[in-house]
Design a binder for this molecule. Structure first.
Ligand SMILES: [Zn+2]
Length: 290
């Protein structure tokens, strides 16, 4: 498979879910081996290249920092780029947050489809662990297992990403659910992209007191009340699908497409970051394959 970028510039804007402020993002095509790079025009000498930066510990968004600027709530955009297997792109923004739009990846998918994907002439590089990696949080019963890409009969690697995601919530309206399959672009577009951000009404006051969720509304968040949804879900298991979407976005912070099998249970941004932390701190645990 060849390296990919977008065919033409994409511009979009909207409100940040946490800041409540308007934000404009420009996506620009980039050349071979450039990687996925955030730029802020106010600090032209700095950049944030995915796979080189350990995500911040943040509960409600994926956050990366350089010396002078921060990019936040990047997970849905990165999930869409990852699903389209984009390797090289410049993401330019002056504000702190990627717009939340409708809380899902639908707009990103439509914008990328409209701009088109351009293949470069050089092979894509996938990442896979040398051997199975396990990340556990026994107290909260969370787990991520990353198993290496399998060898095919012709002795090349199977560069697909297989997943088995298990979600469990205490809230009776949400409950338990799981998804299992192979993460193809079509699967993402048809089954995952439209799943929206969700939130529990009982947590909203706490989040707002802590300066978060200032831009959240029924237009971008499925809100779970005590015994009813405040808006209509798009899927029966929209929450499980959105948790998988977030996981795909967070794993996209590796900067290269992951190959292998990921088994994950009850994960969130602060836990998913352990995979990126391992890749950056223990590069000997990982290999690059084509
Ligand atoms: Zn999300």
């Amino acid at each position: 498979m060849l390296q990919r970028t977008i065919n033409e510039k994409i511009v979009f804007d909207g409100i940040g879910v946490h800041t409540g402020l308007k934000s404009t993002v420009i996506l620009l095509p980039a050349g071979v081996d450039h990687g996925i790079v955030f730029k802020n025009p106010n600090f032209p000498e700095e950049s944030i290249r995915l796979g080189e930066v350990v995500p911040e510990i943040a509960l409600h968004a994926s956050v990366l920092k350089s010396k002078s600027f921060i990019v936040s709530t990047i997970e849905h955009l990165i999930a869409a780029l990852s699903a389209f297997r984009v390797d090289n792109i410049i993401i330019e923004m002056e504000s702190l947050e990627v717009p939340i739009l409708d809380g899902s990846c639908s707009t990103f998918v439509n914008l990328i489809k409209k701009a088109g994907i351009k293949e470069c002439s050089v092979d894509k590089i996938f990442l896979t662990p040398v051997k199975e990696l396990r990340f556990n949080d026994l107290k909260l019963d969370r787990e991520i297992i990353v198993a290496p890409a399998a060898n095919k009969e012709d002795n090349t690697f199977d560069c697909s990403l297989y997943f088995n995601y298990i979600a469990e919530f205490e809230h009776p309206l949400v409950g338990k659910g799981s998804l299992r399959g192979s993460l193809t672009t079509d699967y993402f577009i048809n089954e995952i992209a439209a799943a929206r951000t969700f939130g529990f009404l009982e947590q909203l006051a706490f989040l707002r007191r802590n300066g978060l969720a200032k831009g959240s509304s029924l237009g971008n968040t499925v809100v779970v009340g005590e015994d009813e949804f405040l808006n209509t879900p798009r899927f029966e298991d929209e929450f499980v699908r959105h948790k998988l979407l977030d996981l795909i976005g967070d794993l996209g912070l590796l900067g290269k497409n992951l190959a292998g099998t990921i088994t994950a249970k009850k994960t969130g941004h602060s836990f998913n970051r352990l995979v990126i932390l391992d890749y950056i701190k223990n590069p000997e645990n990982w290999i690059q394959i084509k």
